[in-house]
Design a protein around this ligand. Structure first.
Ligand SMILES: Cc1ncc(COP(=O)(O)O)c(C=O)c1O
Length: 437
């Protein structure tokens, strides 16, 4: 590959020739344990013949059909989604080709909805300080991810921001018992200061993904946020691109709490990485209001692509038949236990966190003060590189400001002994990088 410039900004070049189960195989024959499931995407594991067959069938039968029309693959996916995955409240489904497009579409749907019901001054969408929602100007702007916005500031629309719950670094004190109320009150404060009549929606990840490193909010946070959104007529959009479809041990991340969002976004796991697909799932009230007002929800040419829908229908059926969401919950408990054993007394690990098979560790210079390592040390990059040398792929997290976070999100079919390998390798990588071992 040395004669080909790839990727756009050239870097370490890795050539994966083949993938099967939880493993990737390089051209030189190295086996890599995919502890990141790619970009925290792969849920049923790699190389499933059933999915490949379904994609091949859809490609032959209906290579391309405009997104609003039905095809057998689209019908199969909708049946699967409605019958087994989505709550009845989320009856309206719009498909895109990924997470960014889904977030962008959901933001527009929320704005359209407010216009449709006559709340014409509600034009602002609140985002959170540590978050990631996508690559377009709007989704990058609303993301709390400075590293991915650098150099683009002048072209970015402004979105109001509220702090993301971060129990470890809560200003009231680490894991203070009022942490949930503290962060929910901040949302109320932002709505009040922006002007309640101007706020259309709130966009957030139920469990913060790789930007924060699997940060789970306190249990009272989401119920309070739901109440605040209801009180102020704010559409609650939950970005489940990373947490959706079983990753956290439930179908959706929000189901860890007794709440119902107005719009849910998905991507990644929806088709298990076998094809590009994103989804926006909204309530009937929202869909009907937009329809009655005559606004458009324009499709992307490749939204709901038949091959992608075929992949999704098959991936979701496999997850159901093999009880893989429950398995993600169980293996997630095992992973958390192993990580706690390895790192709970580690001088440079401030926290092990996550839910299900979305996990992370946060590395610090000083565990007592939570002082971060110098940015120039690029701790995460070193750990990820060492992991690859040792045959395990970890996912670097952080936003630039938040850093030294290493994430894990393996396929749900990972075994306990493979989890042992992940954790043992991570400990070696952390120790070698921090020069502690
Ligand atoms: C929570 C979240 N939202 C949105 C996105 C963007 O999705 P995509 O890369 O498919 O456009 C990502 C990608 O990592 C994500 O983790």
């Amino acid at each position: 590959m040395s004669d080909v410039a790839w990727p756009f900004l050239t870097g370490r070049n890795i050539y994966i020739e083949r993938a099967e189960g939880v493993h990737l195989y390089t051209r030189s024959g190295q086996q890599i344990l995919d502890a990141a499931g790619g970009a925290i995407v792969s849920n049923i594991g790699h190389g499933r013949q059933r999915v490949a067959d379904a994609v091949a069938r859809a490609t032959l039968d209906t290579s391309y059909v405009v997104p609003p029309w039905l095809t057998p693959a689209r019908e199969a996916m909708l049946k699967e989604l409605r019958g087994h995955w989505l709550p009845p409240e989320l009856s309206r489904i719009h498909c895109t080709s990924g997470g960014t497009e889904s977030n962008e579409a959901a933001m527009k749907i929320a704005l359209h909805y407010q216009q449709a019901i006559g709340a014409t001054s509600k034009t602002k969408i609140i985002g959170r300080s540590i978050s990631y929602h996508g690559t377009t100007l709007a989704t990058a702007s609303i993301s709390g991810h400075p590293a991915r916005k650098k150099g683009l500031e002048s072209a970015m629309p402004r979105f109001p921001v509220v702090d993301t719950p971060y129990p470890l670094r809560c200003p009231l004190g680490s894991f203070h018992h009022d942490t949930g109320a503290y962060y929910a009150d901040l949302l109320r404060d932002v709505i009040e200061s922006e002007g309640p009549d101007t706020v259309a929606a709130f966009l957030a990840e139920p469990i913060t993904g790789s930007s924060g490193g699997a940060i789970v909010p306190p249990d009272d946070y989401w119920p309070s946020v739901r109440e605040i959104c209801d009180e102020y007529g704010v559409v609650l959009i939950l970005d489940e691109v990373m947490t959706g479809f079983g990753r956290t041990g439930k179908n959706f991340g929000y189901q860890h709490w007794p709440i119902m969002p107005d719009i849910v976004i998905s991507g990644k796991g929806l088709a298990g990485g076998y094809a590009p697909l994103g989804g926006v799932f909204a309530t009937e009230e929202i869909g009907a209001a937009i329809q009655n007002a005559g606004f458009q929800v324009m499709f992307n040419t490749f939204g709901a692509h038949p091959a992608a829908c075929a992949a999704s229908a098959e991936v979701l059926a496999i997850m159901r038949e093999e009880n893989l969401v429950q398995q993600a919950a169980e293996r997630g408990v095992y992973l958390q236990e192993r990580l706690q054993n390895a790192f709970s007394n580690h001088p440079h690990v401030a926290e092990v966190r996550g839910r299900g098979l979305l996990a992370a560790i946060e590395i610090v210079q000083n565990r007592e003060t939570l002082e971060r390592c110098p940015a120039d040390n690029a701790v995460t990059n070193h750990i990820v590189a060492k992991g690859l040398d040792k045959g395990v792929f970890f996912y670097g997290g952080g936003t630039g400001d938040v850093r030294d976070v290493v994430c894990m999100g393996p396929p749900f079919v990972i075994s306990e002994s493979e989890i042992d390998q992940m954790v043992d390798t991570l400990l070696e990588c952390v120790d070698e990088t921090l020069d502690n071992g």
